[in-house]
Design a protein around this ligand. Structure first.
Ligand code: G1P
Ligand code: ZN
Length: 545
């Protein structure tokens, strides 16, 4: 085996964010950039010799180049085998499923999730552990530190591997096994849900579904599961061919970027009764009923409240969890079920230890992510199948189910306002001033609302005791309403300010008030507290979801 050592120098800015390292393709394709980061990961592993690594990505531009580089480096790092998805494809939840099922040592996932792709788009990479979940902050920080002192990276000199056909090849002493990216994942889903019931629902003439894969990775998965195993009519999955630039779109399943799907479900002539979409790497989901968008926070709460219809969960939920900015709707379900509800910082990595410890069954985030203990990533298609299983079992529509949920638990009206591409200095100033105000806020009245608590969210992992500080500023108001301010940890240009707005409305007579109207007083309060317009010069958010 011909191992080549290349001298290198640290490259600035290789600090992983909410979900791995994300940068522009132009940054990633600089000589040595990817190599330095991958070597920094490998230098933090021990015991990988002879073990299995799982490798794949969402198929975005640069995926194939990166995979060949990583394969050669994995051989030099001593891995015995790499399982790589055919054509380099593995959705994020499928990678997690494969790591677990094949008892791999770990995995590398190539994706920038919902960020646009293409030569001018984004690329990303993250390392997942043997449990199938993203490495924790201690590990990602160690990788970053390594990237600041790295002096050499290593690879095995060998030609590119053909990833187009399943099979096994040797790269140096390491086996490269090209696997069907869908098989393990689809089998896992089938073991969780009542596929017969879902198939019956999909066969009903009055039930018509559309799944929008947004030209991203879930196309092949959705086709194989919905149209294949479950027998949905051909054409149920639209935009189902993954493209390196996602067809020029923004593969983020929210009302702004999946506007076509929302419009189709709002059109009485479309005949559609249920819609769903997933993101670039297949871990996010959007659920749409006829003329009705289910907010992701509500979706998590509804899934938790209907666990009894799902074979895998019908024995009961150990607990549920949500990220701090996610609405408190699921907390009310947990309370009524008498199970714990954990509040974690943003990012799936925080759910991992609780899932591993068996303290948690379902979890989710406001950013269209829901999942369970079946893998250690959020899982877009899983959420869609969960919904279909509920619809089939209850024989009701999604809007009926959500409205009934509100009547029972009250409605946590919720929205996120994003201000994108703010100058970093302005964002820093906004947060410095905001944090300065926090100690004086509790007990005061702003715009007629009483502040009960104002702090910078910090979290101690109940399982491993690790501490994460400065995870977002939260202002809790009397009556269960909240405003949360956070800076995105996944963006690649300037800073993105996220303002999360939540208002608890118990009175069913007010449940149909349009979301933005119901939240207007909280928008005003957020402005008063954070001076967004004055500091950033922006008088309206770029994206409202
Ligand atoms: C965003 C979401 C967060 C999610 C992450 C990865 O991170 O807000 O919930 O876990 O993407 O999909 P952010 O950009 O806010 O740091
Ligand atoms: Zn994603």
């Amino acid at each position: 085996m011909n191992v080549v050592s290349v001298s290198t120098q640290p490259i600035d800015g290789q600090k992983p964010g909410t979900s791995g390292l994300r940068k522009k393709v132009k940054v990633f394709s600089q000589p040595g950039y990817l190599e330095n980061f991958v070597q920094s990961i490998f230098d933090n592993l021990s015991g990988q010799q002879g073990k299995t690594l799982v490798l794949g990505g969402d198929g975005r531009y640069f995926n194939d180049t990166a995979i060949q580089i990583i394969l050669r480096m994995a051989a030099a790092a001593g891995f015995g085998r790499v399982l790589v998805g055919q054509n380099g494809i593995l959705s994020t939840p499928a990678a997690s499923a494969v790591i677990r099922k094949q008892a791999a040592f770990g995995g590398i996932i190539l994706s920038a999730s919902h960020n646009p792709g293409g030569p001018d788009g984004d690329f990303g990479i993250k390392y997942n552990l043997a449990n199938g979940g993203p490495a924790n902050e201690t590990f990602t920080e160690a990788v970053y530190q390594r990237s600041r002192s790295i002096s050499v990276y290593k690879y095995v000199d060998a030609p590119d591997i053909d990833l187009g056909v399943p099979g096994e090849t040797l790269l140096g002493d390491m086996k490269v096994q090209v696997i069907d990216p869908v098989a393990d994942y689809a089998a896992l889903q089938e073991s969780l849900f009542d596929f017969n019931k879902i198939a019956e629902l999909l066969a009903r003439p009055e039930f018509r579904m559309r799944f929008d894969a947004m030209h991203a990775v879930t196309g092949p998965y959705a086709k194989a599961i919905l149209e294949g195993r479950l027998g949905a009519p051909a054409g149920t999955v639209v935009n189902g061919d993954p493209l390196p630039d996602f067809g020029g779109g923004h593969p983020d399943p929210n009302p702004v970027y999946a506007a076509d799907l929302v419009a189709a479900l709002a059109d009485p002539h479309s005949g559609l009764s249920f819609g769903a979409a997933s993101d670039g790497d297949g871990d996010r989901n959007m659920i749409v009923g006829r003329d009705f968008i289910v907010s992701p926070s509500d979706s998590l709460a509804v899934l938790a409240a209907n666990y009894q219809y799902i074979p895998a969960y019908s024995g009961g939920l150990a607990g549920v969890a949500r990220s701090m900015p996610t609405s408190c709707a699921v907390d009310r379900v947990a309370q009524s079920l008498g199970i714990p509800c954990f509040e974690t910082p943003t990012g799936w990595k925080f759910f991992g230890s609780l899932l591993d410890a068996g303290q948690l069954t379902l979890c989710g985030e406001e950013s269209a992510g829901t999942g369970s203990n079946h893998v250690r990533e959020k899982d877009g298609l899983w959420a869609v199948l969960f919904w279909l299983n509920i619809l089939a079992a209850r024989n009701e529509t999604a809007p009926q189910i959500v409205r009934e949920h509100w009547r029972k638990f009250g409605r946590n009206v919720y929205s996120r306002h994003d201000y994108e591409g703010i100058e970093t200095a302005k964002a820093d100033r906004l947060f410095a001033e905001l944090r300065g105000k926090l100690p004086g806020l509790a007990g005061t009245e702003i715009s007629g609302m009483r502040v009960e608590l104002a702090d910078d969210f910090a979290y101690t992992d109940p399982v491993d005791g690790s501490r994460s500080e400065k995870q977002g500023v939260r202002v809790l108001l009397q009556g269960g309403s909240r405003v949360v301010f956070r800076l995105s940890g996944t963006g690649t240009e300037g800073a993105t300010l996220r303002v999360y707005l939540e208002r608890y409305v118990a009175d069913a007579a007010l449940h149909e008030v349009p979301t933005q109207e119901a939240l207007a007083p909280l928008v005003a309060l957020a402005e008063k507290i954070a001076n967004i317009a004055t500091i950033t010069g922006r008088d309206a958010p770029d994206v409202i979801s």
